[in-house]
Design a protein around this ligand. Structure first.
Ligand SMILES: [Zn+2]
Length: 132
């Protein structure tokens, strides 16, 4: 079996990945309350390098997605067709992820809940629909 590709954990992103391993999704926030993902050494809005990490509550909305009908990496062969989605956390930052739902049930603006999943002993932040 082909192993899943692993994120490149750098000095910049280590806090993000360590938090996920502890069951928390974190984003960065500068002194002017700009918030962002993925991890950077400075605020993409005001370029400040003064920031803190904040725990996300875990709620988000689905902004957009694509469905892959062929695997770009052999490790994903058995998951085809799978989605890759852009979601926006209720705190503001946007992130790429997967939605844990059938692709034909995805709807723009649907409410989502964080679900941290284990993939080859590496924790990833995914989302599932909040059923009403
Ligand atoms: Zn800023």
């Amino acid at each position: 079996m082909t192993e899943f590709p692993r994120p490149d954990v750098t000095d910049t992103s280590r806090t993000f990945w360590d938090a996920l391993n502890e069951g928390r999704l974190v984003f960065q926030e500068c002194e002017q309350q700009h918030r962002w993902l993925p991890a950077r050494d400075f605020c993409p809005n005001c370029l400040s390098d003064q920031f803190k990490y904040v725990n996300a509550a875990g709620r988000a909305k689905l902004l957009s997605w694509v469905v892959y009908n062929s695997a770009m990496n052999d490790a994903f062969k058995e998951q085809v067709p799978y989605n890759v989605a852009l979601v926006q956390l209720e705190e503001g930052p946007k992130m790429m992820t997967n939605i844990l739902a059938p692709n034909d049930e995805l709807k723009a603006d649907m409410d989502l809940q964080l679900e941290i999943v284990n993939q080859d002993n590496f924790k990833l932040a995914k989302f599932k629909p909040i059923l009403k």
